[in-house]
Design a protein around this ligand. Structure first.
Ligand code: ATP
Length: 521
């Protein structure tokens, strides 16, 4: 009998589990850490690879209208002039003349304050958390459609001149949240969120290049290359997975918003008159991807962007939001980008960016539907959704109910004792299963403890090898979620686990037949 403990998951618990079990570590921890950069440990790297693989399988391998791409992170600087990032990818910042920390003006007025390289500092002077939450709630009530995290809210709010005017009015009284100097702020200046670096041996403005802030532009600039080499017809899409970098001011919430992260982006090229249909299609397709991988339906919502919130390139945009512990926040955005990107790159490069439609004999600029997801945010959402605390047999059990295709280890092999003959048999089972999956071998501490350790990292099946196994060539499979145990022949263990990992609840008989669980009972 198990009993669920309500309200289980918090960000603190996830951070602690991630650190303790080797999912995610703070970057450069031995030097005090580098703010909002994260390292994926032995279990985290498996989970992350599985997320990326599940995405690639769904959007490239499983479809005949999609191809993949892996463009370089450094791109010609003109790319960012054409895309609008040089001009528009900015936040207004103010600098304290005393300590030289920079802040967003809205934050020193009303919000939680983040310094550029120090992370979260606390709440603006004279504001406590309750007041802040209340003012945020008031903003939400004013415009219920907006939703999103506090920082997104205030970033949107910043577009309205009122915040900047308020800041300028009160500038002489506002204390610096870092050094407490009063009235030392500069006027707001636009700060570009792209990381700049230099190409070649001299650090001159002429050699400036940027770390890409999104993977999408690598796809747009390769549109003609892909078209010419694959002879695709509309509609078709190009998918890309890769690192992106943003010098974000408001980082935080663990891996939710960091400065180096990975994106999974699709650019789907369509005839302009079919764009609405394909937009709806991709919103549904992407939402289902999360549901099929086990995300609970009531933790997902679709949030259309209002006119005032649309990015400069977008005609229509929906966020797929997840109910994270800090509140509903964007997991993935789906946008109809129209012909903006191809037209911009054609203008800036002087190259043709059109598609020749053989049926009509016309050259057209396709419209683009873009489902753009974050790998790290997906990892966080899958972890949050899977995390559960239960009382099982009178003890606390922490369990990650991860979908089997995402779980870092699919199987753990546990010999009941370290005795040599048993260890030899268990090692043989282990070696055999490793040919198919990531498998863990654990022979330390009691079997109960070992089951709990595997539950906590989401391993769907444990295979226990005991002394009886030496006589009857059978082992016990113990299932993570139900904690049920069944005994199966070693000869058919791989087939039984294959079926179970694919969601089929059956036994495979030694003579080759299969029995469905219901019939076999
Ligand atoms: P936000 O406003 O929440 O920072 P955004 O609207 O700027 O996100 P997009 O530019 O649409 O995000 O990027 C697409 C996806 O990339 C997001 O849905 C998110 O999953 C991911 N992403 C964007 N910025 C970050 C970041 N700083 N850290 C982690 N993931 C990010």
């Amino acid at each position: 009998m198990t009993e669920k403990i309500p309200g289980g998951v918090t960000m603190e618990k996830l951070v602690s589990l991630s650190q303790r079990r080797g999912f995610i570590f703070q970057s450069s921890e031995i030097y005090g850490g580098l703010s909002s950069c994260w390292d994926y440990g032995p279990l985290g790297v498996e989970l992350k690879r599985n997320v990326k693989q599940a995405w690639w399988r769904a959007v490239v391998q499983g479809r005949d209208d999609m191809v993949g791409l892996d463009a370089s992170i450094l791109m010609h600087p003109q790319t960012w002039a054409a895309s609008g990032h040089l001009e528009q990818f900015t936040d207004p910042l103010v600098e304290c003349k005393s300590c030289h920390q920079r802040f967003r003006p809205d934050q020193v007025l009303v919000g939680p304050v983040y310094a550029q390289d120090k992370g979260f500092l606390g709440y603006a002077s004279g504001v406590n958390k309750e007041e802040y939450d209340k003012s945020w709630q008031e903003l939400l009530n004013k415009n219920p459609k907006r939703g999103g995290t506090a920082s997104r809210m205030f970033r949107a709010e910043l577009q309205e001149p009122k915040t900047l005017h308020d800041f300028l009015d009160k500038k002489s009284e506002i204390p610096c949240p870092f050094c407490n100097a009063i009235g030392q702020f500069t006027d707001p200046r636009l700060f570009n969120l792209m990381f700049k670096t230099f190409m070649g041996p001299t650090e001159e403005e002429a050699n400036v290049v940027y770390l890409r802030p999104e993977t999408a532009q690598g796809i747009f600039v390769n549109f003609q290359n892909v078209l010419n080499t694959t002879r695709r017809r509309l509609p078709f899409g190009i998918a890309q997975l890769g690192k992106a970098f943003r010098n974000e001011i408001s980082t935080g919430n663990f891996i939710f918003r960091s400065r180096e992260f990975e994106q999974m982006e699709i650019e789907y090229f369509v005839r302009p008159e079919t764009a609405d249909k394909w937009f709806d299609y991709w919103v549904e397709e992407r939402r289902n991807w999360y549901l099929n991988l086990g995300i609970r339906e009531d933790n997902l919502r679709l949030r259309p962007h209002g006119e005032e919130e649309l990015a400069h390139y977008a005609r229509k945009c929906y966020d797929i939001d997840y109910n994270f512990p800090m509140g509903w926040s964007e997991l993935e955005g789906v946008a109809n980008r129209g012909d903006y990107d191809l037209a911009q790159h054609a203008r800036h490069s002087g190259k043709e960016m059109t598609y020749f439609d053989e049926d009509s004999g016309e050259h057209i600029i396709p419209y683009i539907i873009e489902p753009s997801a974050g790998v790290d945010r997906s990892v966080l959402a899958f972890l949050c959704d899977a995390y559960d605390e239960e009382i099982a047999q009178g003890e606390l059990r922490v369990v990650l109910h991860l979908h089997p295709s995402l779980a870092p280890y699919k199987v753990a092999v546990l010999p009941l004792s370290k005795k040599e003959n048993l260890a030899k048999a268990a090692r043989e089972v282990y070696a055999d299963l490793r040919q198919c999956w990531m498998v863990h071998y654990d022979d330390t501490q009691s079997i109960g403890r070992r089951y709990r350790r595997q539950d906590e990292v989401g391993t769907p099946y444990c295979v226990t090898v005991d002394f009886q196994s030496l006589e009857d060539s059978q082992v016990t499979i113990r299932e993570r979620d139900s904690m049920n145990q069944i005994r199966v022949p070693i000869a058919t263990l791989k087939e039984t686990l294959t079926a179970k990992l694919a969601g089929e609840d059956l036994f495979v008989l030694p003579e080759g037949g299969k029995i469905w669980k219901e019939e076999g009972k």
